[in-house]
Design a binder for this molecule. Structure first.
Ligand SMILES: [Zn+2]
Ligand SMILES: [Zn+2]
Length: 331
């Protein structure tokens, strides 16, 4: 199946083209019933025979919840581990292993100017995002010098509800031309609102083939407009959303498509509520995909993530990663 070159991150929908159903030949002879047992459906995880025995418990399916109903009802095609390999996922070259984060303008602070109001919006510091992404992928992560506002003034823009929006595709092209040679992918972060194609607004825009994405963190702040009130823990809410979305989007750049197998960070999301419900971890199928492309040490990854979640006061996620470590006899 051909991958779409550009990935619109509007409401988190649609990383891939839907598979077209094959037309059945009408004159095929019908199957006759037999006493032979039906073959067991192939596991999306595949055989673990080629994995060292000491690491196989890391891919245990036990304890993983089924995907949310919205995911199974979406009709999105599955991507088993075997299908993932067959699609030749990109692997970081030895001389280009760095995940680059590019802050745009004043990120992580931004002002939203509307007809009659100016709002201050916030997002997590790039340093925190870089630490998290480095731990999550097991790859070096760097923060590039911030792109100044000046090029933004020259990019195509329009207005929505009195708010300026930037053309996401034009911004993506600007970032692509400045991608560092040693970066395996680059993700630009902005608090500007973005639009693309027919969408009123988009969370982001990415070229999986060119390994470049631009992402607006504006709408993760409950205070960015009047539709969602900021609660006392609004900064933790923003941080939780930003970490989830960033890991999900960067994982797409390594060939992981949406997960329909378990409740997993790679499930498709249809809005903020789905992002808030998403776990910070991967199911065994997606973990195996990430493991083969990044070469990350599973123990080191889980240790770093457990420490970070403890520091960020995320006890449930911390307990999850500690439990994963115990699967491998660590901790
Ligand atoms: Zn996605
Ligand atoms: Zn998964």
């Amino acid at each position: 199946m051909r991958r779409r070159e550009f990935l619109i991150l509007a409401l988190g929908v649609g990383a891939c083209e839907r598979a077209k159903p094959e037309l059945a030949a009408r004159d095929d002879a019908p199957e006759l019933p037999t006493a032979a047992p039906a073959p067991a459906p192939a596991s999306p995880l595949g055989s673990l025979d080629d994995i060292p025995a000491v690491l196989r418990p890391a891919f245990s399916l036990t304890g993983h919840a089924p995907p949310p109903r919205s995911v199974t009802a979406s009709g999105e095609p599955p991507q088993s581990f075997a299908e993932f390999l067959a699609e030749h996922p990109p692997r970081p070259r030895p001389d280009a292993r760095t995940i680059a984060i590019l802050p745009i303008g004043e990120y992580p602070r931004g002002f939203v100017v509307e007809y009659d109001a100016v709002r201050l919006v916030r997002s997590p510091e790039p340093e925190l995002l870089a630490r998290f992404i480095s731990a999550w992928f097991g790859l070096p992560t760097t923060i590039l010098p911030a792109m100044t506002d000046e090029p933004l003034e020259r990019l195509p823009a329009r207005e929505l509800d009195g708010r300026r929006q930037l053309d996401a595709a034009a911004l993506l092209e600007w970032v692509r031309q400045r991608r560092p040679a040693d970066a395996t992918c680059v993700v630009a972060l902005t608090l500007e609102d973005l639009y693309a194609e027919d969408a009123a607004w988009v969370f982001g825009y990415a070229s999986v083939d060119k390994r470049v994405g631009v992402h607006s963190m504006l709408r993760y702040d409950p205070g960015f407009d009047d539709t969602e009130a900021r609660g006392p823990a609004f900064e933790a809410t923003i941080r939780a959303r930003a970490l989830r979305v960033l890991a999900h989007e960067v994982a797409h750049m390594f060939g992981l498509r949406h997960c329909v197998h378990f409740h997993c960070l790679m499930n498709a999301t249809a809005g903020i509520a789905d992002i808030d419900r998403a776990p910070l971890h991967l199911c065994p199928v997606c973990l195996r995909k990430l493991w083969v492309v990044s070469g990350v040490s599973l123990v080191e990854r889980w240790q770093r993530l457990a420490e970070l979640c403890d520091e960020l006061e995320q006890p449930q996620e911390c307990a999850w990663f500690d439990a994963c470590l115990r699967l491998l006899g660590v901790g």
